[in-house]
Design a protein. Structure first.
Length: 165
C-alpha cells in the first residue's frame, strides 16, 4: 500500500508525528549500538553501510546478492572514506579516523587496498544483523501504523487507482 504525507494533517498534528519518529529513531540507534562499542561507532557503521550500499537501490540487485549471508563484491559498492563518514555523521575528521581505526582493529570494518573503508565481509553473519533488520522492520511497521492512525500518513489513492506503486 503506497502511502504519502498528508500535509494538512501534518500541519495540525506534527507533535505526535515528531514523538513517533523520535521513538523509532531511538530504537533504531539502540539496535545499531548493540552491535558495536559506542554510539559514535554505531553512527559510523550506519554511515558506511549507507554510503557504500546506497547505489544498490538504484539498480537491480542480482537475486543472489539480495541476502545478507552472501558476501558482496566491494567493487559493486560506492567508495567510502574517513572524510565522507565524518561528513555523514557530523563527527570531526580526527575523531572519525580514530574510531574507524578502532573498528578496523576490532574486525568491524576493513580498509581496502585503495584506502577506502568497507564493512568486514562476515560482519552481517557474525553480529546478527539479520535479527536487527527483522527488529527494525517491525519497529518501522509499528511507527508507520501509528502515523497512519494519527492521520499524517495516508494511503495514496492516486497510485492505488492507477495501479502503480
Amino acid at each position: 500500500m503506497p502511502v504519502r504525507v498528508d500535509e494538512t494533517l501534518l500541519e495540525a498534528k506534527d507533535r505526535p508525528a515528531v514523538i513517533v519518529l523520535a521513538m523509532y529513531t531511538l530504537r533504531a540507534m539502540l539496535g545499531w549500538r548493540s552491535l558495536v562499542p559506542s554510539y559514535d561507532c554505531a553512527m559510523i557503521m550506519v554511515a558506511v553501510v549507507a554510503i557504500t550500499a546506497e547505489r544498490l537501490l538504484r539498480t537491480d540487485i542480482a537475486p543472489e546478492q539480495q541476502r545478507l549471508d552472501v558476501p558482496i563484491d566491494p567493487a559493486s559498492l560506492q567508495k567510502c572514506n574517513v572524510a565522507s563518514i565524518a561528513h555523514a555523521t557530523g563527527l570531526n575528521r580526527e575523531s572519525t579516523r580514530r574510531k574507524v581505526n578502532e573498528m578496523i582493529a576490532k574486525g568491524l570494518l576493513t580498509r581496502l587496498e585503495d584506502g577506502s573503508v568497507f564493512f568486514a565481509e562476515d560482519l552481517t553473519r557474525r553480529l546478527g544483523v539479520r535479527k536487527l533488520v527483522r527488529q527494525q522492520l517491525g519497529d518501522l511497521a509499528g511507527a508507520t501504523n501509528r502515523l497512519l492512525k494519527i492521520g499524517v500518513l495516508t494511503e495514496d489513492e492516486g497510485q492505488k487507482a492507477r495501479g502503480t506503486g
